[in-house]
Each structure stands twice: as structure tokens, then as C-alpha cells.
Ligand binder design. Structure first.
Ligand code: ADP
Length: 585
């Protein structure tokens, strides 16, 4: 049972006891017995005490009740603390000039008090002035003009001991059995009321403690809410796992990035995000670092729920309990996919710029050679043309060389001009009605002397091509592309054959130049369309050229809405295909 209720029950029992006593008593039993009035006064004192919970109020009520009950003039109540008596309640109030020992007195100077407490029973003195007194007692008695006195010990568990002293002022009173009985009851009621108030005090201090605990809780709850909001609205993903790495919490950003809701993610292993990009060693190193209680920081490629990949900057920290045992891991992850992409683009742009620079240097080197060769021929042979010793036949030969070198020079300069045009976006189309069969045939014929000169089989195919097919196209640029392809095929072929032709593919026109020449390694297939690029060949055979022909061809093909493809194998040969949209006229 609640200790407070228990005490109240005890007080009620005491009341009942008094009531029974009262009923069994005769109306009046002379001066020596408890009267009916005494009982009802005791009852009202008890009820009054029941209502008080403050210790000072309880003590004051006991004293006032006692004085009233016994019909005396004054009363005090001291509590004993060590060997001192502390005044706790008094009636009537003390005058200002009361001696100090009225308020705090030395227990050892009051042998009557010591006796009453020692025997735990009331002690009565009919006339104190006839007794031997200590100086302290005498000073108190005199200051209050006390005469008859009664000492009632009050004891309340666990540690309250006090004494109530009541008396008459300037008149003598003969104490008898009535007073003794009343004092016993008063002492019991007082003790219970004191215990009661002690319990209330304890209860109050418990309530205060509870209140402060609640306040602390409320404060930490507020902080927790704030923290929760910060995590929930964080611009980075935050995940918390248990010590086995199983997901316990993911914030909304995690869901936004990965596509996994917290419901789907919690309880799973973060393995669900594995992209397969990193090695087992990578993950082993990560877990080893964490198990040592250290933070792990690095970049990770992960897979989203929809299968897309994304890059993250990841910081994982182990969390430990008060014994240093790892209880959780907290991961903070920033999506760096875009940053990474930008970086990759920057790196490739830088590499391209470097490559372009390298190509330009190589081009300048080549071009100077390419220009110098015809220029030297022109200058050299022009100076000997006038020499008297040169025969007419030789003069004619020199003259032809000068003309050929001139053409070569012009074609190089023309090539450079075309590249510049394409690069600055100035190249435009000049579309005209063109008979394709005638164009192919003419080109074929133009190059046939070169093929013959190199002893190569040379063939033209126009399978199914209508000889009257007329299309709208930039015939100049088309001729330029095909001439370049034929020129290359004949240049890089030493045995076998060169084949050239065109096919009508409905929506497309497909031209091709096929050779059994030296071929191009697979990894160079794309690069040969870059400006100034030349395949690095063995030094045993030096090929003339500037590396700009194919870049012009590819540029023109795309300008004309088509494309240029290559298939080639070193030592077997090459096949260049030009595909153009077919606009029939
Ligand atoms: P170049 O003036 O050097 O011929 P191109 O742009 O026309 O410049 O060609 C680029 C490079 O592609 C050539 O240097 C050559 O290495 C390679 N190439 C082009 N056509 C052929 C081919 N038919 N057979 C082998 N290699 C070829």
C-alpha cells in the first residue's frame, strides 16, 4: 500500500480509538478522566492536522491544539538536532526581547527534557519554581513567567525527535490522569502528523525531481526533433546501419537518389547498391578500416533501383557504445555524378586539345615537307630551264615536272583552305542536278592511268544503277570525297586491285572504294577521320600526304546529310563506304 495512505489510515484508526474511548466514558469523570469535550477537541485537532502537510504548519498546529486541549496558557515545540534544541513552533508568539536560548537551547542543560525523551513518556511539574533549574532553564521560565509545566516527547520515524512543552503563566495547575492520557494521545497524533508531513515532503521533492526530469526530457526531445529535421532535410544522403551493416535508417535524400524507399531499404544490406564497378579488395579494405574503428572516406560507384549508375563521395564512421564496442555505422554520401561527368568532359577536352596540338605540330611538320617538295621541284627545274645545255626533250620533261608540282602545291593549299572552311562553319552546299553514272565513270577514268602505272587490277561496278539517275547534290564536294578515297586506295595499294562503284539503295546512294592495300589497324579506324592524322607506318615505306584528306571527306559527307565508314584489316585491304541521301530529280 502507498505509505501515505497507510499513515492516513493510521490517523483514522487513532481517531476511531478516541471515539470509542469517548463513547465508553461517562459524561463526566471528575477532574481525572478524559471528558466528552476532550474527545471532540482531540478529534478536531486530528482533522486539523490531517489537512496540514507543511512540517512548520503541522508543528504549530500540534502546539496550539495541545494548549487548547489541556486548557493551558503557553506552548513550545522543539526538534532535537544533535545536542541542540531548535524552536519550531510557539504559542503565544515570542516577544522580541525573548532570550536567545528560547530559540536554540543546549539539550544538556534541560534534564527534564532529557528524562521525558529518554522514558518516552510525559513528565509533569506542578510548580517549576520549586524545582532546581539550570541557568538556561531559569532564564526561559522567568522570561515567560511559567509555573506549572508538562513535557511531552514526540517521536516520528525515521529521524524526528522533539519535545512539546506546555505550561501555565503565573498560575498553578495540578496535573492528574486526564492530562497524562491526553498527552499520550497528543504525542501519538503529533508523531503521526509529523510522519505524514515527512512523507508529503518526500513526495513533493520526488515530484520536483520528476518535474526536472520531464523538463530535461522535453529539452532533449526538442533537440532530437531539431536533429531529426536537419537529417530529414539534409542535401546529402544519410544512412545508419547496425554493427552487421544492415540498414536501420535512410533519410529522404537517399530515397530521392537511389529510388529505394526507406521501407524497401531498411533491413537490407547496402549490397543492394553494388554496381559491380569496384573490386572485392576495395570493399575488403573499406570494412577492415571500419572494423578498426576508423572512418572510411572515398568515391563509390553505386547502382540505383532503376539500374542507373551514380557516383558518390562517401564518408562512413563507426559509432561505439560506452565500452568502445561498435554499435552502428553512419554513412554520409554526396552525389557527385554530375561533378564526375564534368570532370571527365574536362579531361577529355584537355586530352583532345593536347591531341589537337600534337596533330597540328605533326601537320606543320608534314606540310612544310609537302610544300617544300613541289616548291623545290618548281624552283630547281625553273632555274635549269634556261640552261643552253639542256636538250629540248629534257626541257619538256622539266616543264611537265614544274606543272605537276604546281598542281600538287595548289592541291595542298586547297586542302588547307577546305579544312579552314569546314572548321569555321563557312562551308556551304552548292547542290545541282547531277547524273551519278557519268560522275562515277569520269572519276574512274581519271584515275585509271595511276592504276595502270602501278600495275593494279582496276574495276568499276554500278550494279543496278540507272544510267540516267539524276539527283540533286553538291557534285563538287562529292567528286572531292571520291577522288580522295580513290587517291588513297591507289596510294596505299601495291598489289592486287582497286574497285570503285555506286549502288542505288532506295533512300540512299552508296559509293564505295575497295582495295587490297596495306590496310588500317582496327584502333585507328576512327582516328583517320581526325584532322592531320596519319597512321604511323613502318619507316620502310614513306607515304606522301598531310592527313587532312579524310577529315575533309567526313566533314563534307556530314554536311551533305550522309556519312563515311571504313572497314579495314592490315595486310588485307580497306573498304571505304560513302552513304548519301538520295534526292531524285
Ligand atoms: P593523307 O593525306 O595522309 O592520305 P588522309 O586523311 O587522306 O591523309 O588519310 C589519313 C590516313 O589514313 C593516311 O595517312 C593513311 O595512313 C590512312 N589511310 C587512308 N586511306 C587508306 C587506305 N585506302 N589504305 C590504307 N590506309 C589508308
Amino acid at each position: 500500500m502507498d505509505p501515505l495512505l497507510e499513515r492516513i489510515k493510521e490517523l483514522e484508526a487513532e481517531n476511531d480509538r478516541l471515539k470509542v474511548m469517548n463513547q465508553s466514558m461517562p459524561e463526566s469523570n471528575g477532574d481525572t478522566s478524559i471528558t466528552k469535550d476532550d474527545s471532540s477537541t482531540l478529534l478536531s485537532i486530528t482533522i486539523n492536522l490531517l489537512e496540514k502537510v507543511e512540517r512548520s504548519e503541522v508543528l504549530q498546529s500540534i502546539v496550539e491544539g495541545g494548549v487548547r486541549l489541556l486548557g493551558l496558557d503557553s506552548g513550545v515545540l522543539y526538534l532535537i538536532k544533535g545536542n541542540k534544541l531548535h524552536l519550531e513552533a510557539v504559542t503565544p508568539p515570542l516577544p522580541e526581547d525573548s532570550p536567545a536560548e528560547m530559540r536554540i537551547a543546549n539539550l544538556n542543560n534541560h534534564h527534564r527534557i532529557l528524562k521525558a525523551i529518554g522514558t518516552n513518556s510525559p513528565l509533569m511539574v506542578n510548580d517549576i519554581n520549586l524545582e532546581t533549574m539550570s541557568e538556561e532553564e531559569e532564564s526561559i521560565v522567568k522570561s515567560r513567567n511559567l509555573q506549572s509545566m508538562i513535557f511531552i516527547p514526540i517521536k516520528a520515524v525515521p529521524d524526528i525527535t522533539g519535545i512539546m512543552i506546555m505550561g501555565t503563566i503565573g498560575r498553578k495547575y495540578d496535573f492528574n490522569k486526564r492530562e497524562i492520557d491526553l498527552c499520550h494521545s497528543l504525542s501519538n497524533i503529533g508523531s503521526l502528523a509529523l510522519q505524514n508531513s515527512g512523507l508529503f515532503e518526500k513526495l513533493n521533492s520526488n515530484i520536483d525531481r520528476l518535474q526536472s526530469v520531464i523538463e530535461v526530457n522535453e529539452k532533449s526531445e526538442g533537440r532530437l526533433k531539431l536533429l531529426n529535421r536537419a537529417i530529414a532535410q539534409s542535401p546529402v544522403s544519410i544512412v545508419i546501419t547496425d554493427s552487421n551493416g544492415i540498414l536501420q535508417y535512410v533519410n529522404p535524400k537517399f530515397t530521392e537518389i537511389t529510388g529505394y524507399s526507406s521501407h524497401e531499404a531498411i533491413g537490407k544490406n547496402p549490397r543492394i547498391l553494388k554496381s559491380g564497378y569496384h573490386t572485392d579488395e576495395f570493399y575488403r579494405e573499406l570494412w577492415e578500416t571500419l572494423r578498426l574503428g576508423k572512418d572510411w572516406f572515398g568515391e563509390m560507384k553505386n547502382r540505383k533501383k532503376n539500374g542507373d549508375f551514380h557516383w558518390e563521395n562517401v564518408l562512413i564512421s563507426p559509432m561505439t557504445d560506452e565500452n568502445g564496442r561498435i554499435t552502428n555505422f553512419v554513412g554520409i554520401k554526396e552525389d557527385i555524378t554530375e561533378k564526375k561527368l564534368m570532370l571527365e568532359n574536362l579531361i577529355s577536352a584537355k586530352e583532345k586539345a593536347e591531341e589537337s596540338d600534337r596533330l597540328k605540330t605533326a601537320f606543320l611538320h608534314n606540310i612544310s615537307h609537302e610544300i617544300r617538295t613541289p616548291l623545290n621541284a618548281i624552283i630547281g627545274f625553273s632555274t635549269v630551264l634556261n640552261d643552253q645545255d639542256v636538250t629540248e626533250e629534257k626541257r619538256k620533261e622539266f616543264y611537265d615536272i614544274i606543272i605537276a608540282s604546281n598542281d600538287q602545291l595548289l592541291s595542298i593549299i586547297d586542302g588547307i583552305m577546305r579544312v579552314a572552311h569546314l572548321e569555321t562553319g563557312q562551308a556551304t552546299l552548292a547542290e545541282v542536278k547531277t547524273n551519278i553514272f557519268t560522275l562515277v565513270k569520269t572519276l574512274y577514268t581519271q584515275f585509271s592511268p595511276v592504276a595502270q602505272g602501278k600495275n593494279l587490277a582496276y574495276k568499276m561496278t554500278t550494279n543496278g544503277l540507272d544510267e540516267n539517275l539524276t539527283v540533286l547534290t553538291d557534285s563538287g564536294k562529292l567528286k572531292q570525297i571520291l577522288s580522295n578515297l580513290l587517291d588513297n586506295a591507289l596510294k596505299f595499294t601495291h598489289n592486287g586491285k582497286v574497285e570503285f562503284g555506286c549502288m542505288d539503295k532506295g533512300e540512299w546512294l552508296e559509293f564505295y572504294v575497295k582495295d587490297t592495300g596495306i590496310g588500317i589497324p582496327e584502333d585507328e579506324h576512327e582516328k583517320i577521320f581526325d584532322r592531320f592524322y596519319q597512321v604511323d607506318r613502318s619507316k620502310s615505306h614513306i607515304y606522301s600526304g598531310t592527313g587532312i584528306g579524310l577529315s575533309i571527306c567526313a566533314g563534307y559527307a556530314s554536311l551533305m546529310g550522309g556519312a563515311l565508314f571504313v572497314k579495314s584489316q592490315p595486310g588485307i585491304g580497306s573498304l571505304f563506304t560513302l552513304r548519301l541521301p538520295l534526292v531524285r530529280m
